[in-house]
Design a protein around this ligand. Sequence first.
Ligand code: SF4
Ligand code: SF4
Length: 257
Amino acid sequence: MEYHVERTLFSKRIVHLNDDGAGRLHRLTGWRIDIRSDVSVAEASRAVIKGPYDVSLVEGSITTPHDAERIHHIRRMSKFLVTIGACATAGGIQALRNFANVEKFTSIVYATPAYIQTLAKSTPISEHIRVDFELRGCPINKYQLVEVLSAFLNHRKPVTPQHSVCVECKSRGNVCVMVAHGTPCLGPVTHAGCGAICPSYDRGCYGCFGPMETPNARALGDRLRALGMPARDIQRVFRNFNAQAGAFREESERHGG
Ligand code: SF4
Ligand code: SF4
């Protein structure tokens, strides 16, 4: 069994599979994952294992013409292809360029913008190729990653929660920060997976796991407006790591620009 991690930025979540995560996967499947011998991590190791691959984990969005071409090669080489993280599943923070003029950005950021080859938009992998599973989060939950790998190894569908952060928040017994003191919180529309970390520390959720299935972002936008948040701020709340994800993008656009 061979794993391949494409374009990873030395993901701590994956490297951490060497300890408890890898142990759990071993107990579930009998297979052993060792980041140094069985997983090819481009930035963590010099050893790049040639395909074909049983499972490819793809991080990062499509932002350059080279990305757009290469991802088709990775798809052809992979039996299963899983995208992980907000960049790969929703375009990432770099998708903020999608609401602006990318040439203007490059002229401000780079001394010689003529050398920069970039696409006008940052897009998720699923807009370019068929994806077998999207694992959300910025960063992802390592236990969910183990579940996804285990599922594909055992030829079954991965089981990850489809509900919102609010469910996790209530199951931890938290007092709701939005109800108690009007703190804006994206928990009602955000995909579960983090264990409601932010509300557990008395702050609102920023939506880093992206939209849950069938979120009612419009109702939350209306609620934030009723709490006195200016339209410009509501737009910003929905434009973060998952700015390009359908429901968040639409709700941000409803509040201008
Ligand atoms: S604090 Fe946020 S996540 Fe928790 S119940 Fe309230 S709205 Fe939902
Ligand atoms: S509470 Fe929201 S912003 Fe905080 S880690 Fe969880 S999903 Fe991300």
